[in-house]
Unconditional design. Structure first.
Length: 235
């Protein structure tokens, strides 16, 4: 693990740079990140996975490092005609981030934007109810928080998650992602204490899935099962 030459607080695995298919699956990616984080975080750190795909990665890290696993429910606001492309994100505490240059460029109306925010907010509430139920968010005050996702594409989801977590007077926030787009790392580099990204790729075309040999969507039920095992109780 070495410091990336472009940043003072980004660590990567140099031999994985610009490569695709470097992880077998999300479990393998979690093992790689756990090795990168070993000796960096103390026993009081908290691992927060972003549902859905970030939770399998986060669970492996938490298990290997003996840390508490929880979730940071954040979801991108998707375009009406493309559910894979987003123009912002909503976080668990109501924090909203919008990609204003993109909204202006594709001429999204205020009504469409407002509708997207409302729809995503409902999704956030549903996920919180399903995955957390009556359980409160763990006490984050003066904690080291490690925010985990399965990849960093546009960067907006993690950017909004970082803003939301910063509202809780945490000691510091680390970001751990198996793969990430170089330009998206630039967007968040000033918002996290340290970023650990094993596989950094540049270029205009970037897909998180390209870093994995085995890739599939993660369902809410799968996330619930992972959390159930970690907590020793049902969601």
């Amino acid at each position: 693990m070495v410091k990336h030459p472009d940043f003072n607080n980004v660590y990567h695995l140099e031999h994985l740079n610009e490569e695709i298919g470097v992880f077998r699956d999300r479990n393998d990616a979690g093992n790689v990140l756990a090795d990168m984080l070993a000796g960096i975080v103390d026993s009081n750190a908290l691992i927060l996975g972003i549902p859905a795909g970030g939770v399998p990665v986060a669970s492996v890290i938490a298990k290997h490092l003996g840390l508490v696993l929880d979730i940071a429910v954040v979801s991108k606001i998707t375009l009406p005609w493309n559910m894979e492309a987003g123009y912002g994100a909503v976080a668990f505490d109501g924090t909203i981030g919008l990609n204003e240059p993109l909204i202006k460029r594709i001429r999204l109306s205020k009504d469409i934007v407002d509708e997207g925010i409302e729809k995503t907010s409902r999704k956030i509430k549903h996920r919180i109810q399903m995955l957390r139920g009556e359980k409160n968010l763990p006490d984050l005050e003066q904690k080291i928080v490690v925010l985990v996702d399965d990849g960093l594409a546009s960067g907006f989801t993690i950017l909004v998650a970082l803003e939301a977590i910063s509202h809780f007077n945490v000691k510091k926030i680390l970001v751990a992602v198996p793969t990430g787009r170089l330009e998206s790392i630039r967007k968040i580099v000033d918002r996290a204490e340290t970023i650990f990204c094993a596989n950094i790729r540049s270029g205009h075309v970037f897909a998180v899935a390209d870093a994995y040999k085995e890739w599939s969507d993660v369902s809410e039920r799968q996330v619930c099962n992972i959390l159930q095992k970690a907590r020793g109780q049902a969601c």
